[in-house]
Design a protein around this ligand. Sequence first.
Ligand code: AMP
Length: 505
Amino acid sequence: MRFNIVSGRFEETDGSPERAAVIGSDGALTWSAFKTRCEALAAMISALDLPAGHPVMVRGHKEAEMVCAMTACMMLGHPYIPLDVVVPMDRVMRIRAITGAALIIDQTDERFVDHVPFVLQNGKVRRNPEVLIEAGVPDRPADPIRYIIFTSGSTGEPKGVRITREAAGAFLEWMVNDFGFTPDDVFINQAPFSFDLSVYELFTSLHSGATLLLNDAGTAKDSRRFLDRVNEYGGSVWVSTPTFAYLYLTEPSFTGGELPTIHSFLFCGEALPKMTAQRLLDRFPAARVLNTYGPTEATVATSLIDVTLDMLAKYADMPVGRPKRDSIIRTRTDDGSVATKEAPGEIEIIGSHVSIGYLNNDELNAEKFFVDEGQRGFRTGDYGWFQDGILFFNGRRDEQVKLNGFRIELGDIGAQMLLVPGVADAIAVPLKSGDVVKRIVGFIRPAPGAEATALRGHVATHLERSLPAYMIPADLMFVDAFPVNSSHKTDRMALIDLYIKRPRA
Ligand code: AMP
């Protein structure tokens, strides 16, 4: 059996219905049990009579039930908004305000007091009669939206990337034809569902009738437990950011001999260091290391390369792949010259897997999305160049960074710090080792009369309430004034210098 993401229907295949569809932190579901559970949930959602195409928030962590909820939404044509528990309640409510979602399907026991008309928890729907249901999605597209993933926004407001059925279909066609996976595969998940990396294993396993092995944050941090689980369930496709795999390289039993079922490592979301690829190929000589590149706005990834030892020897930089066949990747330079490593161009992606734009954000849509010969296009903000028909990545043109694979707009953190009374000015600055962000430091200029110790506490509390844990600065530093450079902009290097030379207790 499989769940066809494009049609939104379960379909019979040769695979046994008694094979596991999802193995979650709350237990495993065979394909037949999964189908029964999704149908029951879909019936409960249907009974609420939500407007057609109305978005549904799905909150939880690694429960099989979370996958049932997302699938039930797809069966009914409701876009689902995945929210891992790492997203704090204030941000969940901001997302609820942006989307007007009337229903939240939640796997926790937390109480939602305001703003949500329907909460589905523990198999029961609670109606909040105080809150009215907003009428559908204001600009409901003809092509139904499958999901809306929220990413960090530079102004402090998260951006909802809308991925339609057509875009999901274009992505899946590539997955099915070019990645060499089969329905016998067991996809090892670790990324939160609010991070589009997880769409790789979620959609591919559902669509092809394979198995999805979910691992909660506690398991992922405990290498012994994680690897035992991979062995127990015969995990075959490892999907993660390179950082996550790198951490496992310190574990001696992380080898092909100890983990014989793993045949592929699938990476996306941040630069894959050559050293990580090299060590993986050494330790897992029978496995493939697949590097892929792409933003959430173009459905998970747009380029793919099977990294080999020869390739590592041939190229000084790590290739991020060849464009998927029904898409175009351009590297646009300001003067129209051919992009090179020394003078890279901005990476633009064109194809039917590109998002129809951010939800309710015309201004940013006009800036970032475009139409080229009838096809949707997206300006990534990434720099790159081509060599031998292969794309290479070369950093960003703006203040978006990656920390352990998580996408963060530094302006989002700055905007949150500025909301705290007593903060006169604030900025988030990344500390890097080479090109890799190691930590983020928040610099704050207090308003006159603000008491430093109390203010530090207020900022920390506000950030915990409003930002996912991975976005919270590792440290805060108070300064009397922000240094400026010769172009009258805040001098980040000077701030980093102040931080490095700060007196320590
Ligand atoms: P996200 O939307 O969270 O997947 O983040 C997308 C961004 O991550 C891209 O725009 C790039 O800046 C970065 N990225 C994704 N894949 C790669 C890769 N293979 N190598 C380098 N950077 C990457």
